[in-house]
Design a protein around this ligand. Structure first.
Ligand SMILES: [Zn+2]
Length: 311
């Protein structure tokens, strides 16, 4: 036998198989950890910590209103086969654990807001509950960047538990993101500190900014009823307009998830300026101004400051 060694045609094909093997191994590793989160903002946070080891699906997508979400059969299937299910908690998405369990999900449901100091709706007036419960905890805890630090810790701990091989990556991503949150938090405080006290008030369509108000010292007034997306009565709208005129509120703001007609009416009757669009419960699409949590908070801050600083 005097065949040339290695046989010439074998070499490239062996290399090709090795490349294909590597490709499939890395493709499988990348799609290994399937995670379902309830809504777009939470999905972004999970993606930041999970990096390339996870695939995240947010059931309530960009610009969608969590108040009126109805789970589809495809959402149940996704939740049922997920490796990890992440909820906001605080009554925002109580349907998610039920949906996942009914579809056969056996793992833990991570509640990202665990450990934050909850704000009662009654603490700051006429707030709405997403679940219609009597307790009325304000679910919009992500509007305070300090709370999102706790979200990130909870998400990182859950990812480490679900996928110990990724521990180093998850911890590094979480540390990097916490630094970005600290910078964001400081920039919001600096900006609000520049505003004179009498200009620190804001009108928006649904009452989603209680945590932002508590953390950063702005006052938010909103006309929406206690159920969030119900039409407020004529009398409460009239009362709000009178209050705006009395307090000389500088601007009213639209929200990406809300019908603009009511806020337009309040704006035209109160004489306040339109301040632009705030993102409260959902991110924008990828080509919009708020495709990530950090971009959303920076966009909201810039929008608020432009309107409130103007004379
Ligand atoms: Zn809301």
């Amino acid at each position: 036998m005097n065949l040339p060694f290695p046989p010439w045609p074998l070499r490239p094909s062996r290399a090709l198989f090795m490349l294909l093997g590597l490709f499939f191994a890395s493709a499988c590793a990348a799609a290994e950890i399937e995670i379902v989160a309830s809504f777009s903002i939470l999905g972004d946070l999970v993606r930041e910590v999970g990096g390339e080891r996870v695939t995240v699906h947010a059931l309530i997508g960009p610009d969608q209103d969590a108040h009126i979400y109805e789970p589809r059969p495809s959402d149940a299937r996704r939740a049922g086969r997920a490796r990890l299910v992440v909820a906001n908690g605080l009554g925002f998405d109580d349907w998610l654990p039920r949906l996942a369990r009914s579809a056969g999900y056996k793992g833990a449901v991570v509640v990202a807001s665990n450990g934050i100091r909850p704000l009662s709706m009654n603490d700051s007036g006429d707030r709405h509950a997403h679940d219609g419960s009597a307790e009325r905890i304000d679910p919009h805890a992500w509007q305070d960047a300090g709370n999102v630090r706790i979200y990130i810790d909870n998400i990182a701990a859950a990812l480490v538990a679900a996928d110990p091989d990724g521990t180093d990556l998850y911890r590094a991503n979480a540390a990097r993101y916490r630094a970005a949150l600290d910078a964001l938090d400081a920039s919001i405080r600096d900006a609000v500190a520049r505003l004179p006290q009498e200009r620190r008030k804001v009108v928006s369509s649904h009452d989603a900014f209680g945590y932002f108000a508590r953390a950063y010292g702005l006052r938010f007034l909103a006309p929406a009823g206690v159920a969030g997306h119900t039409e407020p009565g004529a009398r409460s709208v009239a009362r709000l307009i009178a209050q705006l005129q009395r307090e000389k509120a500088p601007a009213v703001f639209l929200e990406n998830i809300s019908d603009p007609r009511l806020i337009e009416r309040i704006r035209s009757e109160s004489g306040a300026a339109t301040g632009g669009t705030l993102y409260s419960d959902a991110l924008s699409s990828a080509d919009g101004p708020a495709p990530t949590y950090l971009a959303m908070m920076r966009h909201n801050l810039a929008t608020l400051m432009t309107a409130l600083e103007a004379r």
